[in-house]
Design a protein around this ligand. Structure first.
Ligand SMILES: [Fe+2]
Length: 132
């Protein structure tokens, strides 16, 4: 289900909150492209955008954790890697089956729902280590 961004998802670090909001928007962009079947390039571009955005965002987070000596860095990196594995699976399914309502919903689960869950569990763990 498409959800609106909520300030309740903020973790209190301005740069990260801003990026999470952008990540959310990228997830919605991909969902919309798949649903609208606006053409293969629309979907490909939205995937590429989300992938780049996620990679840059994860890098910022991991650098932050490293700088502040967060002990859960390795486990957190695995969560980030798992995101890309699920995204790759979606790309594969899109290639095989083509865009559909079902895959648009999957994109939301993989990116939007994953992010909400990830913010409220994993990301909150490193906040106490980061002075801001
Ligand atoms: Fe994270």
């Amino acid at each position: 289900m498409l959800r609106d961004w909520s300030d309740a998802y903020k973790i209190g670090i301005a740069e990260i909150d801003h990026q999470h909001q952008g990540f959310f928007a990228a997830a919605h962009g991909l969902h919309d492209q798949i649903l609208n079947c606006a053409g293969e390039h629309g979907v490909e571009d939205a995937i590429a955008f989300l992938r780049d955005y996620a990679a840059r965002h994860f890098q910022v987070e991991e650098d932050l954790m490293r700088r502040h000596g967060f002990p859960g860095l390795a486990a957190h990196q695995q969560l980030h890697a798992a995101f890309f594995e699920r995204l790759d699976q979606l790309v594969y399914d899109l290639e095989v089956f083509g865009p559909s309502q079902h895959l648009a919903e999957r994109a939301l689960e993989i990116a939007q729902d994953w992010l909400i869950e990830h913010i409220s569990c994993a990301d909150l763990d490193y906040v106490p280590y980061v002075d801001h």
